[in-house]
Design a protein around this ligand. Structure first.
Ligand code: HDE
Length: 735
């Protein structure tokens, strides 16, 4: 068949996709102004763009000034509606590659089964609630949406960093979002669930409980988009060459592990650097620290559909990994930043219904509703059904159909024939048989009466919330309780707070009591479920109720699954003139070898002189940075340097705050005096003139005579732990 694609699609080739296919396609649309004259949109060169055309230099503007009108009009129309949810996001390009062909028995999706193919991807991470300009580090779910540009067409896996959702049926989505977004009367608060309307809604929707526990957990404040896991949430379906279907859940696992901020730090970062997560992703890619995620699947045979004590179609449930283990199937590397935020990150349009042969949906009523919503919302954003032609949205496989006109149509379809069937166009484009890659919907047998109802098998709203609570470590439980104190503490209505604690008492009495004491309500002894709303907690259908379950699942705890690495961690080196140069060089080198990035922080920018006369340039001054922007801090020894730091309030605060946020801290010799001044308490310090290195709760101290290699390696070990929660005991954290 003749290739009559638009020039912009010429680089596409449906039979061979490689890592660069998408990049080559985008190249046709890139503009490069180097050595070029400025022109109008019509390509006419411009001699002067600082002044408009006037009747006299002090006179009125002239209508005939086509350059002014074009420039002004374009500016006036530069914004499009932000996404109604997930408005704030950050994108990156990369590729996906399967490890082997082990999935071939389960799915005919080639990009998951051919280890020789690197499929280009574009990923957009996002917060859900805040608007486009809101802060990155707020407590929220993070979106994790991936567009795979496969040779079989675009496949979108539009997931989140939490494996369950707030609601079970799409019909509640508008209510959920209305309640969590800023109040309609005064548009407050921005990017926060901590207000009456959300908790009012939550307290009347018992199905939300499992999700609430996840949201209040440290997953709600990730340290980095690079350090969080992703989940497809719904149960999807794999279909193999023989047409056999199986249920599948998708999981992304970060190779750096899943790590969080602490709440105090998250709030401060929202002010000091609202772009914290965006900057982190961008800078990591620029520095070559390419984020890597492993794709895993849980596969369930169709005959096992009712083997569990929850319904696979219920998006408020996980499949505990003890029951169905994860199978790692491939890796995704993000290795290129977008060229243009608007053109790529803002205009990318995801849709869970962008499916390719081998992957299909199930009857999950939340997923079914999403299948309608995403195209609809793109039409609101783009004001046209032609959004698929925007470069970032184009597949790298060929597009041929009779979709034609509409706002901003780009493709030039040739000839008279724009209908099917036709004979005048030789019956083209043709229908593809299944063995030529056509998408055929899975032939699931469906029958039923029309009912506006929910399956009884969705009615257990507490067991998995309890499972989550029981699977947490004590520090993680503490964080959840503190988060509840904050979120519910902001709720004015005592009745709503009371109702929430009522639900929590059904999750765990321990949890309910700990929350209740912080928000001034009582744990009800005879909590009446019916008073919470319209769902009764009646028995799930028998086949569901009798199914497999577990009492604890260690995989949901970030702490129990911690990956210990110092790779790409940021370390502040706090010094002033008079520091020990040799020690700094040695520690810096060790950090570099561990993959961490060290920055010199001093009172002012400029060169800092060591005790032996060498100079190092300051990267950040106290006024431009803070301990919250680093994962660890190191204070080199040096009499004069320490003397100066002891007199700087900012430096003392820097250390105190890093201690409070449970980060690794290292110092040697008289640097120990700075720790003491910063109220680093409850820690065993080395004697400042000894040979010893002591590492206690993430604080590494060494005497003057200590071995520098040993000191550096203990520091790196402490960084690898990410946070030292055992420091959180009340008596040890000065406030
Ligand atoms: Fe979304 N969601 N969603 N969602 N969602 C959107 O589509 C919607 C849900 C998710 O970076 C919107 O293009 C409904 C679950 C991500 O561009 C909208 C329901 C999950 C993104 C929409 C859900 C998600 C969106 C807004 C319940 C995890 C950002 C802009 C039935 C599995 C994608 C847009 C990006 C965005 C609807 C629930 C993930 C309005 C109706 C569950 C990551 O179409």
């Amino acid at each position: 068949m003749e290739n009559n694609d638009s020039p912009n699609q010429r680089s596409s080739n449906s039979s061979s996709v490689d890592e660069s296919s998408k990049n080559r396609q985008l190249e046709d649309f890139r503009e490069n102004p180097q050595d070029q004259y400025m022109t109008t949109d019509q390509g006419v060169r411009i001699s002067h763009t600082d002044d408009s055309l006037k009747a006299g230099s002090r006179g009125p503007l002239l209508m005939e000034d086509f350059h002014f009108r074009e420039k002004m009009t374009h500016f006036d129309h530069e914004s499009i509606p932000e996404r109604v949810v997930h408005a704030r996001g950050s994108g990156a390009h990369g590729y996906f590659q399967p490890y082997d062909n082990s999935m071939a028995d389960f799915t005919k999706a080639k990009f998951l089964t051919d280890p020789n193919t690197k499929t280009p991807v574009f990923v957009r991470f996002s917060t859900v609630v805040g608007s486009r300009g809101s802060a990155d580090t707020v407590r929220d779910v993070r979106g994790f949406a991936t567009k795979f540009y496969t040779e079989q067409g675009n496949y979108d896996l539009v997931g989140n960093n939490i494996p369950v959702f707030f609601i079970q049926d799409a019909n509640k989505f508008a209510d959920l979002v209305h309640s969590i977004k800023p109040d309609p009367d005064n548009e407050m608060p921005q990017a926060s669930a901590a207000h009456d309307t959300f908790w009012d809604f939550a307290s009347l929707m018992p199905e939300i409980n499992h999700m609430i526990l996840w949201l209040l957990s440290d997953r709600g404040i990730p340290r980095s988009f690079r350090m969080m896991d992703g989940f497809g949430v719904h149960t999807f379906r794999f279909v193999n060459e023989a047409g056999k279907g199986r249920f599948v859940k998708f999981h992304w696992r970060s190779k750096l592990g899943s790590h969080s901020l602490v709440w105090d730090e998250a709030q401060k970062l929202a002010g000091k650097d609202p772009d914290w997560l965006r900057r982190d992703l961008w800078e990591a890619i620029e520095m070559g620290d390419y984020p890597e995620f492993e794709l895993n699947v849980q596969i369930v045979e169709e005959e096992d559909e009712f083997k569990f004590n929850f319904d696979l179609l219920d998006a408020t449930k996980i499949i505990p990994e003890e029951l169905v283990p994860l199978r790692p199937i491939g890796k995704m590397i993000l290795n290129r930043n977008p060229d243009n935020f608007f053109a790529e990150t803002e205009q990318v349009a995801f849709h869970p219904g962008n499916l390719i042969p081998g992957i299909d949906v199930t009857n999950d009523p939340l997923l079914q509703g999403r299948l309608f919503s995403y195209i609809d919302t793109q039409i609101n954003r783009f004001n046209s059904a032609n959004f698929g032609e925007v470069p970032i949205n184009r597949p790298v496989s060929l597009v041929h159909n009779h979709q034609g006109a509409g706002f901003m149509r780009q493709t030039i379809n040739k000839g008279k024939v724009n209908y099917w069937p036709n004979s005048l166009g030789n019956g083209c484009p043709m229908m593809a048989p299944e063995n030529k890659g056509a998408y055929v919907h899975y032939m699931e047998k469906v029958e039923g009466q029309k009912v506006r109802a929910r399956s009884e098998s969705f009615n257990d709203h507490y067991s998995q919330a309890t499972l989550f609570w029981n699977s947490m470590t004590e520090p993680e439980k503490k964080h959840i309780v503190k988060a509840a104190h904050f979120e519910l503490g902001k709720v004015m209505s005592k009745e709503i707070r009371q109702r929430m604690v009522g639900h929590f008492s059904k999750v765990s009495m321990d949890f309910a009591q700990r929350v209740a004491e912080g928000i001034g309500v009582e744990v009800p002894k005879d909590f009446d479920q019916k008073s919470t709303g319209h769902y009764e907690d009646n028995d799930a259908s028998r086949k569901i109720k009798d199914g497999k379950s577990v009492k604890e699942t260690s995989f949901v705890s970030m702490e129990k699954n911690k990956i210990e690495t110092a790779k790409s961690r940021k370390v502040a080196i706090l010094l002033e003139d008079g520091y020990d140069y040799c020690e700094v060089v040695q520690v810096k080198q060790a950090l570099k070898e561990a993959g961490a990035h060290a920055k010199i922080v001093s009172k002012f920018h400029g060169m800092r002189k060591s005790s032996t006369g060498e100079e190092i340039e300051t990267d950040k001054s106290h006024i431009t940075t803070g301990s919250i922007m680093y994962d660890a801090i190191y204070i080199p020894e040096g009499e004069k340097s320490i003397e100066a730091l002891l007199k700087e309030g900012d430096a003392v605060h820097f250390v105190n705050e890093a201690f409070k946020h449970c980060k690794a801290i290292a110092t040697s010799g008289n640097g120990i005096a700075l720790l003491q001044k910063a109220e680093v308490i409850g820690i065993d310090f080395a004697d400042k003139s000894s040979e010893k290195v002591i590492s206690d709760k993430g604080v590494v101290t060494a005497g003057k005579e200590a071995d520098a290699d040993e000191f550096a390696s203990q520091f790196i070990e402490a960084i690898k732990k990410h946070r030292h929660w055992n420091r959180e005991e009340k008596s040890m954290v000065p406030s």
